[in-house]
Ligand binder design. Structure first.
Ligand code: MTE
Length: 330
């Protein structure tokens, strides 16, 4: 990995060879400085005064806990994980609010149990699967993944969940199915952001079948060893760690197997800015900003670290895109 400090390289060499998904010590950041800056901006009246990071109610899907961290997807040292208050207090969930720090409050009364996922399209047998039953059937584990938003900030998060592959195998798609389409919920009464009908709700996303079946692709039902809070996409969301965060659709209600490349909400709104693949790529800039670096949330405001191809998971996933022009297929 290209941003390990020499100290860490030495340490890693002594212990074992680390996988590219393991996070180097140099990612460790100082939370206090970030918050001091926020306090300053706030007192200067530059940001909203909403109550940040108050305790949120957890969603109800408690099945599967406690989880064990899978050592295959772990850190070198645990303290590089982004603080929980940022992970659960700085959210993109446009159905509820366009203000990241307001999502938690707007979503706090939302009921997400019972919840089932409707399986349709090119499958042996369409079905409706209860999330808690899926958790009981597959079990869940914890994995620490890098998380890189297209907006050039990043986090390191311990997600709890099960591989999407298990669900796909259960759903038994036809061999003619080439893509998986994910559709989120549609409820403007509960989610005030959805009253803005200039967005093509519900939020939708898609993956190629081989991406969906990849071992890194996770169906997330928890974070920090607890059920997923509403603001993070309760009760079940996707996590595709080598892609920009917008691919990781929250609160999935429908999964459809298809032979057509699915349209996604962002792709429909601004195709020149948000492609279907959305693989993290420091060499392909967003039309309005560079993607070469990222700001770890919780770090100094001006601290930037280099963004890695495929968000540091190139060894595991680059072969999926062999022969493809990644500048065209952004
Ligand atoms: N899923 C839904 N349904 N609605 C959204 O607005 N935002 C996406 C993604 N999934 C979004 C979504 C974006 S842009 C990002 S960066 C991540 O969720 C944010 O996940 P987080 O709030 O858990 O950090």
């Amino acid at each position: 990995m290209n941003f390990n400090s020499p100290k860490v390289d030495q340490k890693m060499a002594l212990v074992r060879t680390n996988k590219t998904w393991e996070i180097p010590e140099s990612l460790s950041t100082d939370e206090a400085d970030f918050w001091n800056r926020r306090t300053f901006l706030k007192s200067a009246g530059l940001i909203g005064t909403s109550l940040l990071f108050s305790q949120s109610p957890l969603s109800a899907a408690t099945a599967g806990f406690p989880t064990k961290r899978n050592p295959k997807y772990n850190l070198i040292e645990a303290e590089k994980i982004t603080e929980e208050k940022y992970v659960t207090g700085y959210n993109n969930f446009y159905e509820f609010s366009f203000d990241k720090e307001d999502v938690k409050d707007k979503a706090k009364h939302w009921k997400t149990e019972p919840w089932s996922i409707e399986i349709s399209g090119m499958v042996q047998k369409p079905s409706s699967l209860d999330v808690n039953e899926l958790i009981n059937e597959f079990g869940i584990e914890q994995r620490v993944y890098r998380f890189r938003c297209v907006e050039a900030w990043s986090m390191v998060v311990p997600w709890d969940g099960f591989p999407l592959k298990k669900l796909i195998e259960k759903a038994q798609p036809l061999s003619s199915a080439k893509y998986v389409k994910f559709i989120s919920f549609d409820d403007p009464e509960e989610a005030p952001g959805m009253k803005n009908r200039s967005y093509p709700w519900p939020y939708t996303e898609g993956l190629r079948m081989d991406e969906a079946l990849h071992e890194l692709t996770l169906m997330v039902t928890g974070v920090f060893g607890k059920p997923l809070p509403n603001q993070n996409g309760a009760p079940v969301r996707l996590m595709v760690p080598w892609k920009y965060g917008f691919k990781s659709i929250k609160s999935i209600q429908k999964i459809e197997f298809t032979d057509q490349q699915p349209k996604s909400l962002w792709n429909e709104l601004a195709p020149q800015e948000y492609g279907f693949y959305a693989n993290v790529n420091p060499e392909v800039d967003h039309p309005r900003w560079s993607q070469a670096k990222e700001r770890p949330i919780g770090s100094w405001f001006f601290q930037k670290i280099p963004t890695q191809p495929f968000n540091g998971y190139a060894e595991e996933v680059a072969s999926l895109y062999k022969g493809m022009d990644l500048k065209k297929n952004y």
